[in-house]
Design a binder for this molecule. Sequence first.
Ligand code: CDP
Ligand code: MG
Length: 138
Amino acid sequence: MERSFIILKPSCLKRALVGEIISRFEKKGLRIVQLKVARLPREKVEELYQQHAGKPFYERLVDFMTSDRVVLMVVEGRNAIDVVRRMVGATDPVEANPGTIRGDLALDKTDNLIHACDSPESYEREVRIFFDERELSE
Ligand code: CDP
Ligand code: MG
């Protein structure tokens, strides 16, 4: 079964939206494989967003992601990566469709509530930054 790697950005805990968001994934039928709260070190966020280094929004994004605690999770289900991306919605919440997490609950582009991997390759790369093998083998 395919797995997706997700980060609930710092505003999810601040705005008490963690339950709302996790509930959407559970109701969809995705199974929670792992779930943890952490304050991310700068190096790990830089590794996550390495393809964006040097872009105009990069520093703001890394500052934001290290500003407070996040929720890290792995979910599992049929076509989990695409399903999660469709539930998350477009990067800019202004353009994200109603019914999506960003479309319903966010407005700011940096603070768009959620990160999700976008391919099997990015899943493999990203999940290893934040979870060790033992946590994923259950
Ligand atoms: O998160 P997603 O995969 O939808 O977007 P991305 O292109 O991988 O960019 C990573 C994050 O950078 C986004 O979630 C936004 O928070 C931020 N970003 C931004 O602030 N301005 C942009 N023009 C593009 C991305
Ligand atoms: Mg991305």
